[in-house]
Design a protein around this ligand. Structure first.
Ligand SMILES: [Ca+2]
Ligand SMILES: [Ca+2]
Length: 161
């Protein structure tokens, strides 16, 4: 658990680096089959849109440096997701409640090839804000906690694991 927490604290991620619109593809879909290999997918409703075909947002890393961040501010996907599939074989994905990590208080870490039928009652992380380092960067300390992120997501990052 300690190792997992240490991993969760890295990196200090500020979404916004990769904002290509192609990363915000959306389609109507339902079920796990709607999310293909090499994609991270957010579903509009719980249980992978079990209630009927609805929006599925698709994210694919495009940066070669092993890190991508998508800021949902002003986009239809903001505060809509309720289920997620990480079909990125080599990326950890973090789901934040706000537009950037420093603005966030909650997040969920999803390892490669994992899925969540609901973003509520998930073993995630709360972020404690402990002032700033000398260079001005915010000091953020994640700790394990149950989080509820249905219809609250503001950003997602993908980090090569
Ligand atoms: Ca929703
Ligand atoms: Ca939010």
């Amino acid at each position: 658990m300690a190792a997992a927490l240490a991993a969760a604290a890295l990196p200090l991620a500020v979404p916004g680096a990769a904002q290509a619109d192609s990363a915000f593809r959306v389609k109507q879909g339902q079920g796990l089959d709607a999310c293909k290999a090499g994609q991270f997918c957010l579903y509009e409703h719980e249980n992978y849109n079990a209630s009927g075909p609805a929006r599925v947002w698709i994210f694919v890393p495009v940066n070669s440096n092993g890190w991508d961040g998508w800021n949902f501010k002003g986009r239809p996907v903001a505060d809509k997701g309720e289920a997620a599939v990480n079909n990125l074989a080599k990326y950890d994905v973090r789901l934040y409640d706000n537009w950037t990590e420093p603005e966030s208080t909650d997040f969920i870490l999803m390892h490669p090839l994992t899925k969540l039928p609901s973003l509520n009652n998930v073993s995630g992380r709360k972020i404690r804000h402990d002032g700033h380092y000398h260079d001005g960067r915010p000091k953020l300390t994640p700790y394990a906690a149950t989080v509820n992120l249905n219809n609250r997501l503001g950003s997602v990052t993908a980090t090569r694991d």
